[in-house]
Design a protein around this ligand. Structure first.
Ligand SMILES: Nc1ncnc2c1ncn2[C@@H]1O[C@H](COP(=O)(O)OP(=O)(O)OP(=O)(O)O)[C@@H](O)[C@H]1O
Length: 610
């Protein structure tokens, strides 16, 4: 029987798909097993102890049977003492040995599996965070999360429990059959003729029942989704007076749940009757036949007891194999998925922090030279078509254009999230390829549209710009970003927890935190992705002031949605459908009556007047 879990791996929430067990899948698993290498001696010792403890377990029915025979003054084994008390004591001594062996076996297996799994988890996570952006465009977060949680828990479970159980149950099955044959070949033949069929039937039927109960569970899950959706959108439900519609939707799914469960109940009933009649019937038949043998003096009473216990052992071992095999299949599937992830090509970023210090400094000149780019996930759509422009160190260059024209894509290329199909991006006149990835990203900062704050303190969130910055530096950055005042107004100041579970900050406040973060990073090149949602005028002024402070003495690429904020830019580039259709200063562009910039600024001017 599969044992309870011994380790920290939580039960895989979703039923994991099973994989075929064949040579290539086993080879894959062998690759993951290399993670066991540093702990191999403990693992081998655990295996040996497991083997011994299974053998010792097998000796118990013999000792108990001999004890019963001894009560009738019959001593069947010369190697056991010829006294009831001595045999009893031998049993207790064996139990004691068993207890000590079990302690070490469990301890070592758990130690090995926890440590090796932590290594796999660490490597998988590091691989995950260094994968290129394109990978994330093609995979859902939930799916990746489940590799780290469910897949790895399954592997851990297999290492600690399944492998051990297969060895244990294998030893017990083979041992029990041998002992059965020694005690009574006739009875053994009788039981071996029936037991496998019964066990197979019970297993197949049991699996079928589990399937129907899973269907009922899934349906129940569906009904919970309805509850969740309705409660989340309760305002909509009420506003459209759709209460009765939702109630009948819920009722329909509930009926389906009941139907499936009731159908399953019939099978459960049949299963229970089957177990009672056939499986227990077999034991009754064995005891019946055994009693006849005892009566005819062909078998001792203790022998019958031994026989019954070994047949229970053998039956239980047989019954546990299908589950163990299914677990093994799941673990192989999980290993394949984890290995696939580990085999992905990551970006050239080191896990050692000291390797990531700036080696080549960038002054701030940046140039796009004939850049052509399509996202790898949508190669048919060329997003940037032959883009060329340059920004000298310290200049402010604004990028404007309609939605979908490629502004954010341009920013992603500067950050080297993606690489152009042709053309090159130059930093200080040298192609981006001449710099290490970390050198570029360490010297470019972005203040995004939607500022993501991590679930930590404000202090930690600002420090994300330069890990290890001193508290004075952080406060100084917050002051320059016009954030110090509002942060100090919180009772816990810089220690206030923000993010999902903490204090909710307003859009303007979040932006100022992001500006403080960027100030702390002190980059040569700055990308500002201007927030589309407008702030109230006071908040806008504070953010604008902070941005002015941030843009001082560095190259700034401003993705602008509101043209009023970029009048002072040294250069404005107007993008449309991936082409630069105009560029120049505000004065130059506004003078072009037919130009898109003139048109867009008129539109914005009119809507702000309205
Ligand atoms: N990760 C991606 N994978 C595939 N296509 C993408 C991806 N991101 C953006 N695109 C496509 O690239 C084009 C340009 O998008 P981009 O986000 O650069 O435009 P934008 O000018 O910044 O728009 P907005 O002003 O609305 O933010 C769009 O057609 C968009 O659908």
């Amino acid at each position: 029987m599969a044992r309870g879990r011994l380790n920290s791996g939580s039960k895989a929430e979703a039923e994991l798909p099973k994989a075929k067990i064949n040579r290539s899948s086993l080879r894959n698993v062998a690759k993951l097993l290399t993670y066991l290498k540093p702990y191999r001696w403990k693992f081998i010792a655990g295996m040996i102890f497991l083997f011994i403890s299974s053998l010792v377990g097998l000796a118990f029915p013999t000792i108990l049977g001999s004890l019963i025979n001894a009560s009738q003054n019959k001593f069947d084994y010369p190697f056991l003492p010829h006294s009831i008390n001595a045999i009893g004591l031998a049993g207790i001594a064996l139990l004691f040995v068993q207890a000590i062996i079990s302690f070490f076996r469990v301890l070592w297996f758990v130690q090995v599996s926890e440590k090796s799994l932590a290594d796999i988890r660490r490597d998988t996570y590091f691989k995950l965070v260094t994968l290129p952006m394109n990978f994330f465009a093609n995979h859902r977060v939930g799916e990746l999360n489940s590799r780290i949680s469910a897949d790895l828990s399954q592997i851990q479970d297999t290492l600690t429990t399944t492998i051990a159980e297969i060895v244990r149950q294998g030893v017990i099955l083979i041992g029990s059959v041998i002992f059965l044959a020694i005690v009574s070949p006739k009875l053994t033949l009788a039981i071996l003729a029936i037991l496998p069929f019964l066990v197979a039937f019970a297993v197949v039927f049991g699996r079928f029942i589990r399937k129907t109960s899973r269907q009922a569970q899934d349906k129940l899950g569906e009904s919970n989704t309805i509850v969740e959706e309705t409660l989340q959108g309760i305002a909509n439900v009420k506003a459209f007076v759709n209460e009765s519609h939702e109630a009948s939707r819920y009722d329909k799914v509930l009926r389906q749940v009941v139907n499936i469960a009731v159908k399953g109940a019939k099978f459960r009933g049949i299963f229970a009757s089957f177990i009672v009649f056939f499986l227990f019937g077999t034991f009754v038949a064995v005891i019946w036949y055994g009693s006849i043998l005892v009566h005819d003096h062909q078998l001792l009473f203790g022998g019958l007891t031994k026989f019954i216990m070994y047949s229970i052992f053998a039956g239980a071992a047989m019954g546990s194999f299908p589950d163990l095999y299914a677990n093994l299949q799941k673990a192989i599937g999980a290993s394949e998925r984890v290995l696939e992830l580990l085999g992905e090509q990551g970006e050239a970023i080191s896990i050692v922090e000291s390797d990531n210090h700036i080696k080549q400094t960038i002054t701030g000149d940046i140039a796009f030279d004939n850049i052509v780019f399509a996202y790898p996930s949508r190669p048919e759509l060329t997003v940037l078509k032959s883009i060329s422009f340059n920004a000298d160190a310290g200049q402010r260059v604004a990028i404007v254009g309609p939605s979908g024209s490629g502004k954010s894509t341009l920013a992603s290329l500067i950050l080297q999230f993606y690489h152009p199909q042709s053309g090159s991006i130059l930093f200080d006149g040298k192609p981006a390829g001449n710099y290490s990835l970390t050198d570029i990203r360490n010297q470019v900062a972005i203040v995004p549209q939607d500022v993501l704050l991590f679930g930590g303190t404000i202090l930690e969130n600002i420090a994300y710009g330069r890990l290890g910055a001193s508290e004075e530096d952080i406060i100084q950055a917050a002051k320059r970003a016009n954030a110090h005042l509002f942060i100090s107004s919180f009772p816990e100041g810089y220690e206030t927890i923000v993010g999902e579970r903490g204090v909710k900050l307003s859009g303007g406040q979040r932006q100022r935190i992001a500006i403080a973060r960027a100030l702390l990073k002190n980059p040569a090149i700055l990308i500002l992705d201007e927030a589309t949602s407008s702030l109230d005028s006071e908040s806008e002024r504070l953010v604008q002031e902070a941005l002015e402070e941030l843009m001082k003495d560095r190259t700034s690429i401003i993705i602008a949605h509101r043209l009023s904020t970029i009048r002072e830019a040294d250069k404005i580039i107007v993008l449309e459908k991936g082409h630069i259709i105009e560029s120049g200063s505000h004065i130059e562009l506004i003078g072009n009556e037919q130009g898109l910039y003139k048109y867009l600024s008129q539109l914005q001017f009119e809507s702000s007047q309205a």
